[in-house]
Design a protein around this ligand. Structure first.
Ligand code: UD1
Length: 417
């Protein structure tokens, strides 16, 4: 079994360059199907979620070329066939094929998506949006057949500002007849990245990044060149590593505005960091103050950094409270942190963390992607050896994590035992 082995308590120094954002790239790749001709996407991260999407594209008949960070997708040979269950279940973002295929061909046939089990994660808001645009949905077990004679623009109010539903409705509405307005839209930077990409293809989208997005439907979309924004969650994870064991660790290729909620919390903790226009330099300090954090939709504190930040909260002096408001099952990392020496109590959707506590290396399991990141961070700090199992989750979202950390002095490797 493949595991990540970390010998902890080594100082990290040097530079880590942040890759393209997973949650943007996994939407841009399916969105490329909306174009009539070739699309080039730069700064694509080399992670297994992208490989899974690539397989779906090729299954549908697209021609895909991948050279380092660049992906060239020719969708002109695509046939709109059903996406098989095993492909759909490999990742959450397979659901973006629903919006893209429905937009382009007025029909999409696929299964309920996969992804980390961090809560119920329904897709009802996506489906309601498709129905509002005029689609009918039939289900056969876990399979959805979504079709329309014509998609017609309308006003759609999202009961929750869901990232996935906002993007999926945007994808379907770009080629609808007339104007669609998404109210209470999600405002995450990844949504702006997708809207910019669609506009580069010839779509007419305004308001992305605000809670009201307007999409004027167009008949055709053409090929274009675009770029994935830097991954704010990867950046946040390595910034936390710097606060734990860094000595002037430089995190390069970041957009500070995208991680403002994290930076404000680090400032409140009195972390030792210097924020510049496109990078941060951060070092460990022994005097971190306790803080209270609540996860919220953007620009609030991101749920995807809740588990990584919990590792740092174990090192703050006093009682910190972490409140998870987005997912109901995102504390599966806690028993492992406790085993390593953390003092954490779970009270419904809150963690009560008493620190600082010494962490020691143990064999632990990555139950989901960001739980895995939390345990890598704990392993970097802990005394002795940490082994992390089920690492497929970590490799879904962190490009070259072993190499990036080794380059700055971590004692981390992939082992098979
Ligand atoms: C995306 C991200 C994920 C991140 C999350 C919140 C991708 C591939 N994944 O996930 O990393 O943690 O945003 O920032 O981009 N909900 C419904 N019905 C729906 C859709 C969502 O009830 O139809 C609920 C979910 O169960 C969850 C909340 O809304 O409680 C947030 O979901 P959403 O923003 O849609 O997240 P995902 O697209 O699943």
């Amino acid at each position: 079994m493949e595991k990540i082995k970390i010998e902890g308590n080594h100082t990290l120094t040097g530079t880590i360059k942040i890759s393209g954002a997973k949650n943007s790239a996994v939407a841009l790749v399916p969105a490329s199907l909306l174009a009539e001709d070739t699309v080039t996407i730069d700064n694509i991260p080399n992670i297994s979620d992208i490989k899974a999407l690539n397989e779906i594209l090729e299954y549908l008949g697209a021609k895909v070329k991948r050279e380092e960070e660049t992906m060239v997708i020719d969708p002109s040979t695509v046939k709109n066939i059903a996406i098989p269950e095993d492909h759909a279940k490999k990742l959450r973002a397979s659901y973006y094929f629903m919006g893209a295929l429905l937009g382009k061909y007025k029909k999409a046939e696929m299964y309920f998506p996969g992804g980390c089990s961090i809560g119920a994660r329904p897709i009802d808001l996506h489906l309601k949006g498709f129905e509002a645009l005029g689609a009918t949905i039939t289900t056969e077990g876990d399979k959805y057949i979504i079709e329309a004679d014509e998609l017609i623009g309308t006003n759609i109010y999202l009961d929750f500002a869901s990232v996935g539903a906002t993007i999926n409705i945007m994808l379907a509405a770009t080629k609808a007849t007339g104007t669609t307005i998404i109210e209470n839209a999600a405002k995450e930077p990844e949504i702006v990245n997708v809207a910019t990409f669609l506009n580069q293809m010839g779509a007419k989208i305004t308001g992305a990044g605000t809670s009201e997005i307007k999409i004027i439907g167009v008949k055709k979309l053409h090929g274009c060149f675009t770029e994935v924004i830097p991954d704010r969650i990867e950046a946040g994870t390595y910034i936390i590593a710097g606060a734990l064991v860094g000595d002037n660790l430089r995190i390069d290729n970041i957009i500070p505005d995208h991680i403002e909620a994290l930076l404000l919390k680090l400032k409140e903790m009195k972390a030792n960091m210097k924020v510049e226009k496109d990078h941060i330099i951060i070092s460990k300090t022994d005097k971190l103050k306790k803080v209270n954090v609540q996860t919220q939709v953007f620009p609030g504190f991101p749920t995807d950094l809740q588990q990584p930040l919990t590792t740092l909260l174990t090192q703050c002096t006093g009682t910190s409270i972490m409140e998870e408001n987005i997912y109901e099952n995102r504390f599966q990392n806690v028993p492992y942190l406790t085993e390593m020496g953390a003092n954490i109590k779970i009270d419904e959707k809150m963690l009560i963390i008493n620190g600082p506590t010494k962490l020691v290396g143990k064999e632990v399991e990555a139950t989901d992607l960001r739980a895995g990141a939390c345990l890598v961070l704990a392993g970097l700090l802990a005394e002795g050896e940490t082994k992390i199992t089920n690492i497929k989750y970590i490799l879904r979202g962190y490009e070259n994590i072993i190499q990036k950390l080794t380059n700055v002095g971590a004692h981390i490797s992939l082992i098979d035992e």
